[in-house]
Ligand binder design. Sequence first.
Ligand SMILES: Nc1nc2c(c(=O)[nH]1)N[C@H]1C(S)=C(S)[C@@H](COP(=O)(O)O)O[C@H]1N2
Ligand SMILES: [Mo]
Length: 241
Amino acid sequence: MEEKETTLDAGKLDRIVEARMKLKRRFEEAMQNTPSMADSADGPNKPLGSGPPNRHGMPKIPKSQTVTQKWPVLDLGYHPNIPIQKWQLALDGEVEHPIRLKWDDFMALPQTDDVSDFHCVTTWSKLDMAWKGVRFADLAALVMPKDKATHVMCYGYDGYSTNLSLEEALKPDVLLVHTVEGKPLPIEHGGPVRMITPQLYAWKGSKWIKRIEFLAGNRLGFWEERGYSNTAYPWRNDRYS
Ligand SMILES: Nc1nc2c(c(=O)[nH]1)N[C@H]1C(S)=C(S)[C@@H](COP(=O)(O)O)O[C@H]1N2
Ligand SMILES: [Mo]
């Protein structure tokens, strides 16, 4: 791999902003056409769920989900303990500028605060969670996906993997988070850094994230290979394939 060590300076930040605008133009239409943005009561796919509309117009509670106050832990049973001094995130595959970020590089990137909902396929939803981290879109702008890139595969330090289309991954609420409710993300929930995908079921967000590989086509991740949906749209009750 041609990865190199990276620190960020003002020139690099300018490049991120420029690249971010380019990516936005490239994926805006596909993003607007994803089910969690486009489905509507008068269209062919009425969003399934209950409650008032959320900020992207879907019912706050997707079909067959139950709201929980607790935050259950769901994973393969192995919680890798990665101290921040050892944590690294590789971004590679079909990109112009592959990199490997260390903790300080990651924390020097633009930081985003957001409040979003977390929908687990096992039918619990935890609402209005306060997150802080780096937007996937800002990371993508840093490495610049090649024209042929259409998907990513995200890998965790526990051996997990999950795939996403770029129009889903580039949504502004998709974050790589290190903080939840003002506190460091606990190890059992994927700390030091995990991804979240509020507009898809939560298995699409890798805990203990260590690598994002940009792909020239779709490939299935751990659960997707084992019968979970490739697409994972909560408001279509799209759980298993
Ligand atoms: N690395 C990794 N990420 C993972 C998983 C996993 O086993 N390993 N499980 C997924 C599943 S199935 C769900 S529902 C959520 C659960 O996140 P939580 O344990 O913080 O509730 O993480 C997802 N991300
Ligand atoms: Mo899950």
